[in-house]
Design a protein around this ligand. Structure first.
Ligand SMILES: [Zn+2]
Length: 286
């Protein structure tokens, strides 16, 4: 399995380093960290960021509140479909999309891949049917997935993974890819664990937002602390899961990253680009 790290969306909320911890200007820099995995069962995308339709008609697809609050940059160079084509693949080769959750900044690219089966937790799709309240109504945008033809929904079934519940054997996917339910940010939020030749990798989605939240001496910027507070549906579960993820990082059982931290993304993207380049030169693939 070869893994590509893609940034499928840029968000630049006003607040600079108060959000991202490094920007010097007024705006901050958040990414939408997605994965493209080459498998024997075709291409697998983990999360989709913003898609072509979001970019073409943002105001009919997304909430004006989040467009403004997150200062979303609509640029098709970040779309998963364009990046996949730049890597030399055809969008039709994307057979599966696994979603950490259905928020607007994760599900926007679904309809750019009409041949893909979409995998998501059952509790998450149920949460989108109950869009009561200011945030719920604006975070879930059913227009982003109303043309999806093939869905697979999952419930935790007692399997375990380093002390976490896990969902194994996702339909049609290699056994190395698992759902790890991590509720809190949304009801059906889940991480996606991948067993690679170098060990386990966990896409933790929006279970945390800032790299230093996973350090033994926890730290989060005020902007991202407030954003997580605004978006959470279950604080107790969210903080408990963050605590367990911190233990997982310390134990070295898995490497993990979240969706929106630009520094984390850069480190993973550079490392995987180097690995993919050297394995291409060994295999003769260009
Ligand atoms: Zn998000």
């Amino acid at each position: 399995m070869r893994i590509h790290h893609l940034n499928c969306g840029c968000m630049c909320p006003i607040g600079g380093a108060l959000f991202d911890g490094f920007s010097r200007g007024l705006t901050s820099h958040l990414v939408c960290h997605c994965l493209l995995i080459e498998t024997n069962q075709g291409l697998v995308l983990v999360d989709t960021g913003f898609g072509l339709r979001d970019i073409q008609a943002p105001r009919s697809r997304l909430s004006p509140f989040f467009i403004a609050f997150n200062n979303i940059q609509f640029d098709r160079q970040y779309s998963a479909i364009d990046q996949i084509e730049r890597l030399g693949f055809s969008p039709e080769e994307v057979r599966h999309i696994i979603l950490t959750h259905l928020d607007f900044d994760h599900a926007g690219g679904l309809e750019d891949f009409p041949n893909a089966t979409v995998h998501v937790m059952q509790t998450e799709i149920e949460a989108t049917r109950d869009r009561q309240g200011f945030i719920a109504h604006r975070r879930y945008r059913p227009g982003q997935w109303d043309e999806v033809k093939s869905w697979k929904f999952y419930a935790a079934n007692g399997e375990s993974w380093f002390g976490f519940e896990a969902v194994r054997d996702l339909e049609g996917l290699p056994p190395e890819i698992l759902f790890i339910p991590l509720t809190g940010h949304t009801r059906g939020h889940a991480g996606v664990a991948i067993e690679t030749s170098e060990g386990w990798l966990l896409h933790a989605g929006d279970a945390y937002f800032y790299r230093d939240e996973m350090k033994p001496e926890y730290h989060c910027t005020p902007g991202l602390k407030a954003y997580q507070w605004m978006m959470e549906v279950d604080r107790k579960a969210r903080l408990l899961n963050q605590d367990r993820l911190r233990q997982l990082t310390l134990s070295n059982d898995a490497k993990l990253f979240c969706s929106h931290d630009a520094i984390e993304f850069k480190a993973y993207a550079e490392q995987s680009a180097n690995e993919n380049r050297s394995s291409s030169s060994v295999s003769g693939r260009s």
